[in-house]
Ligand binder design. Structure first.
Ligand SMILES: O=C(O)CCC(=O)C(=O)O
Length: 293
C-alpha cells in the first residue's frame, strides 16, 4: 500500500502558514451519515463540558445532552464507541497518509470530538492553542514534526464570514503570541484568517497554531468532527480503550489507540514496538496479511 505524501506546495504551506485545507475528503453520503450520527448522539449519554460543576476545559458525563435541538451547541468527546465509522476515520485514507507524512510513524490517535456551533448572537468566538497552556510555549521549527496536530472535518458548508468559521493566525505556530486573556487576539483581530469551506473538506493544523471558532450569525449551525494525533510519548488524553472498540479495530487502528501488542510496562510508549513503522505504513504485502488477521 503506498501512502500519499504532501505535494511540494502543501509542504511549504504547512511549514509557513501552519495549516492545510484538503478539499472534499468526505463524500456527500459520508457527510450525511456523520451529520445524522451527531444529531443522534445528543440523545445518548456522553462526555460534554459542564461549566457549572467543573473547571473550563474539563468534561463531565452527561446522561443526556442538555439540549436535544440538533441546531444547538454540542461539544461531544470520545466518539469511537458510537459507531465503527468513527473508528475508521482514525486512519482515513488520503488524510491519515498526510498526517503520517507530517508527523512521522511514531504516533497515536489522542482524541475525537464532535462540535456543533449554533447560530447565535451571544457567542463572540475565541482564540487559543490546543493541548492546554503548554503548546503555546513550545514552538517547533518549520522543518520539525509537530508534537500534536488535528484533522477537522467540516460537515457543513461555511460560505461567508462569521459563520462559525475555523479561524486561525497563519504562521502563529512559529512565534510568540499574547497570552494575557485581555490582549489575546479575537476572530476579528488583524491577521485572523476566517476560513471558508465545503462540507466534506478537512483542515489540518498543529496544536501550537493559534486558532478557534468565529462567531456564527449565519442562521444555521456548523457541524464538525475533530481527530487529534500526538507523538507516541505524549500519549492519548481523552478516552479509555474499551474491549468493544478494540475488537472493531484493524491492527493499525489498535496501535494508534495505544495497544502496543503487550501489557504496559515501564518503557512502553517511550520506545516504539519494533514493528511500528510496518504497522503504520504497511507495504502492500503486509497490508494484505494484516487484513486477513
Ligand atoms: O470549532 C472550531 O471552529 C474550532 C475548534 C477548535 O478550536 C479546536 O478544535 O480546538
Amino acid at each position: 500500500m503506498s501512502m500519499k505524501t504532501l505535494t511540494d506546495e502543501q509542504r511549504s504551506k504547512w511549514a509557513i502558514d501552519g495549516y492545510l485545507q484538503l478539499e472534499q475528503v468526505l463524500s456527500p453520503d459520508e457527510v450525511a451519515f456523520f451529520t445524522e450520527q451527531l444529531d443522534r448522539m445528543r440523545k445518548k449519554p456522553g462526555w460534554e463540558p459542564d461549566l457549572s460543576e467543573l473547571p473550563i476545559g474539563h468534561y463531565g458525563w452527561v446522561p443526556r445532552s442538555h439540549n436535544q435541538d440538533t441546531e444547538s451547541f454540542m461539544d461531544r468527546r470520545d466518539l469511537l464507541p458510537y459507531d465503527p465509522a468513527f473508528i475508521d476515520l482514525i486512519d482515513r485514507a488520503g488524510v491519515f497518509d498526510l498526517i503520517v507524512d507530517i508527523m512521522g510513524p511514531y504516533i497515536l490517535h489522542s482524541m475525537s470530538q464532535a462540535i456543533v456551533r449554533a447560530s447565535s448572537e451571544d457567542f463572540p468566538g475565541y482564540t487559543h492553542t490546543d493541548g492546554g497552556e503548554a503548546l503555546r510555549r513550545i514552538r517547533v521549527t518549520e522543518t520539525s514534526h509537530p508534537l500534536a496536530m488535528k484533522a477537522m472535518y467540516l460537515l457543513s458548508d461555511v460560505d461567508g464570514p462569521d459563520s462559525a468559521n475555523f479561524t486561525l493566525f497563519p504562521g502563529s505556530h512559529l512565534r510568540p503570541f499574547p497570552e494575557d486573556a485581555d490582549a489575546r487576539p479575537t476572530p476579528h483581530s488583524p491577521g485572523a484568517a476566517q476560513l471558508t469551506g465545503k462540507a466534506g473538506d478537512c483542515y489540518l493544523f498543529p496544536h501550537s497554531l493559534w486558532h478557534g471558532p468565529s462567531p456564527n450569525s449565519s442562521g444555521r449551525a456548523r457541524k464538525t468532527l475533530l481527530y487529534n494525533y500526538c507523538q507516541m510519548f505524549v500519549r492519548w488524553y481523552d478516552f479509555e480503550l474499551t474491549s468493544e472498540v478494540k475488537e472493531r479495530c484493524t491492527p493499525r487502528q489498535r496501535r494508534l489507540l495505544g495497544d502496543l501488542g503487550y501489557d504496559f510496562r515501564p518503557g512502553s510508549y517511550f520506545y516504539a514496538p519494533v514493528d511500528q513503522v510496518e504497522v503504520i505504513q504497511p507495504t502492500a504485502a503486509s497490508a494484505t496479511e494484516a487484513r486477513r488477521r
